[in-house]
Design a binder for this molecule. Structure first.
Ligand code: ADP
Length: 239
């Protein structure tokens, strides 16, 4: 039997930005392996390299040196078109600010990633994605008619609709109150626990990170800690 391949295999990755005469070493040699079905939090102070790392994982940028294999494919060897196509197929992005189209229904927002390419069963697939986040009954509502938590659930459904290999969530609860934040964590945890989706979540908050199974901490462009969460908190437990 073929051995299971990691979803993410990053070896000795560096990223250097040139700002005029100044070189910024945003990543100074990072190695990280993520197996299918993991759910991990990326933490670290501002400027520690989290966004740079997420951009590389999400194929929005490539390393200066080192290797990144995404499901075994060498991302560093790819041109912009290949990167775009891998990004659209394999990565589901969830943003802090949802980034929904305000003049489109929840359903139309979720259909958006399916507009290009094969539009087969577009509506049904979008509806199914909304069902997976418990929001099928709000499909015809406009974003302004939805709570913050519901809007973020639409954002998650939009990220899921193309069946990505990884969900990359950048501070997905950053704009939400405690209750809505718990609602979103519950949806994300269910996707990981029930569907085995691989999830990488960037957060500032220790409490949020404790809802994942593993915390990777960055400082000065390096991974300074990488440890399992002994007893992950379960969202959706409040009265
Ligand atoms: P974090 O997300 O943890 O706040 P970043 O990855 O954004 O950290 O930044 C790491 C370092 O790289 C910082 O010193 C930042 O100023 C620098 N940096 C990030 N992006 C760029 C860029 N496009 N050009 C130049 N420097 C950058």
């Amino acid at each position: 039997m073929q051995q299971a391949m990691p979803v993410i295999s990053i070896q000795h990755v560096t990223k250097t930005y040139q700002m005029g005469h100044v070189r910024v070493n945003a990543l100074q040699g990072v190695s990280l392996t993520v197996e299918r079905g993991e759910m991990l939090a990326v933490m670290g102070p501002s400027g520690s390299g989290k966004s740079t790392m997420m951009n590389i994982i999400g194929c929005l940028d490539v390393p200066t040196s080192g290797q990144y294999l995404l499901e075994g494919e060498d991302v560093r060897a790819m041109n912009d078109n290949q990167l775009a196509s891998i990004r659209q197929g394999k990565i589901g992005f969830v943003f802090q600010t949802y980034n929904l189209l305000q003049r489109a229904t929840a359903l139309a927002n979720v259909e958006m990633p399916l507009m290009y390419g094969n539009g087969h069963n577009r509506r049904a697939r979008a509806l199914e994605a909304l069902e997976r986040v418990g929001l099928a009954h709000r499909a015809r509502h406009m974003p302004t008619e939805l709570s913050g938590g519901e809007q973020q659930r639409v954002g998650i459904a939009r990220a899921l609709v193309k069946e990505p290999s990884i969900l990359l969530a950048d501070e997905p609860t950053g704009n939400l109150d405690t209750r809505s934040s718990d609602e979103i964590l519950s949806v994300i945890q269910d996707l990981n626990r029930n569907e085995g989706l691989t999830i990488v979540l960037v957060t500032h908050e220790t409490d949020i990170a404790q809802h994942t199974r593993r915390v990777v901490s960055f400082r000065d462009g390096l991974v300074v800690d990488d440890a399992p969460v002994a007893q992950p908190l379960l969202a959706g437990q409040h009265a």
